[in-house]
Write a protein that binds this ligand. Structure first.
Ligand code: FE2
Length: 375
């Protein structure tokens, strides 16, 4: 039964403050130096900046990676104390900050807090010889935050404190272009709380809703609501577990992450076949798609530009909606805890999230969950 619903939303009229896009995603990890090597060698990011003891920051080391419009910061604590070390102890490697790029951080923070956001950082001005950046932050689910970054008076590399790095090792980019969406997992019964947080505090609207009839297998289920800002550059699906015969993949995440957090980051490419070929050649592991998936694919999605045998060889999934189709594939978790993973997505008109693939995808996730003894 089709239960997906797209509530009517006056797109762009409700934003509490305008968001230009994702400014950066910061990960707290156990060993940022080594993580940076993984994202460079395997995912084709360039190391372009660094902040740490050598640049006057005593408690942490941060590596700034970039590929096209995607900026990732990998940060490790340098000792056992403090909130970064605590975050890593509790959550393992994971996403700390989904940062918003705004034109006026003071105004954005003030409005968000007036509407009920919990402040993590009052607006602070950071300066160096390249100008000033204003950064504030608000809390979202779990220990995750949204920094609010104003950089209109800054002409430096990234943020004050970061110095440019030019490494002799440069892996070639693999066509990752921008962050398409970032998905959060929250506890059973709390999805609507966070949906209302994004509505009330940030003025986002509910783009799509998937209930447990859309997203269920024989064993487990989840529910999801996609929240979007007015210009559509920020899209946050929020998942909660739904009851099934066995443990939902969302519950497994919550157990191993130690609470709510970012489940996956979807990054867009214009050529998923070449991007995924490169990722696989460099050792990135993806969820396996059952070969039976491809037997029915042509009937389900109709004519597509890509050769089916290439898609099958790489395990790429396809889904079609009213406006076009999309191709997508999901990595296995990128750390030992079964928590964060990445999605590679190519949109050819479709604005959805691959609803037609949920069943095949979740059966694949459950095979892995079972191997871990967590189903
Ligand atoms: Fe996704």
């Amino acid at each position: 039964m089709a239960t997906t619903s797209a509530p009517e939303a006056a797109v762009g009229t409700h934003d509490t403050f305008p968001i230009n896009g994702t400014d950066y995603i910061e990960f707290f990890v156990g060993n940022a130096r080594q993580s940076s090597m993984f994202y460079r060698a395997a995912f084709g990011f360039q190391l372009i900046g660094y902040r740490g003891p050598e640049t006057g920051v005593r408690d942490r080391a941060s590596y700034l990676l970039q590929q096209d419009k995607i900026r990732m910061v990998l940060t490790s604590p340098l000792g056992p104390d403090g909130f970064i070390a605590e975050h890593v102890r509790k959550h393992g490697d994971g996403v700390r900050d989904l940062a918003f790029w705004v034109d006026d951080a003071r105004d954005a923070w003030t409005k968000a807090v007036e509407r009920g956001a919990t402040s993590v950082q009052e607006p602070q001005v950071h300066t160096d010889e390249h100008g000033e950046v204003v950064i504030a932050a608000i809390a979202t689910y779990g220990d995750t935050i949204h920094s609010i970054v104003e950089r209109r008076n800054y002409h430096g590399l990234f943020l004050p404190g970061f110095v440019p790095v030019s490494s002799q090792f440069q892996s070639s980019p693999i066509g990752l272009k921008y962050v398409d969406h970032c998905v959060g997992n929250v506890e059973l019964g709390r999805m609507n709380e966070w949906v209302s947080f994004y509505e009330r505090v940030l003025g986002f609207h509910n783009l799509l809703t998937f209930d447990d009839k859309d997203i269920s297998t024989e064993y487990s289920a989840l529910m999801s609501k996609v929240m979007s800002n007015g210009n559509g550059r920020i899209k946050f699906p929020i998942n909660e577990p739904a009851s099934g015969k066995k443990k939902s993949q969302i519950e497994e995440y919550l157990d191993f992450y130690g609470g709510p957090g970012v489940q996956h980051i979807a990054v867009a490419t214009d050529d998923i076949i070449s991007t995924v070929s490169a990722l696989q050649a460099r050792g990135v592991e993806f969820l396996r798609t059952p070969t039976t998936y491809y037997l029915e694919l042509q009937d389900r999605v109709g004519a597509i530009d890509e050769p089916l045998e290439e898609l099958e060889r790489l395990g790429i999934l396809v889904d079609r909606d009213d406006e076009g189709y999309l191709l997508q594939i999901f990595t296995r978790p990128v750390q030992d805890r079964p928590t964060l993973f990445f999605e590679i997505i190519q949109r050819k008109g479709a604005k959805g999230f691959g609803k037609g693939n949920f069943k095949a995808l979740f059966e694949s996730i459950e095979r892995e969950q079972e191997l871990r003894g967590n189903l």
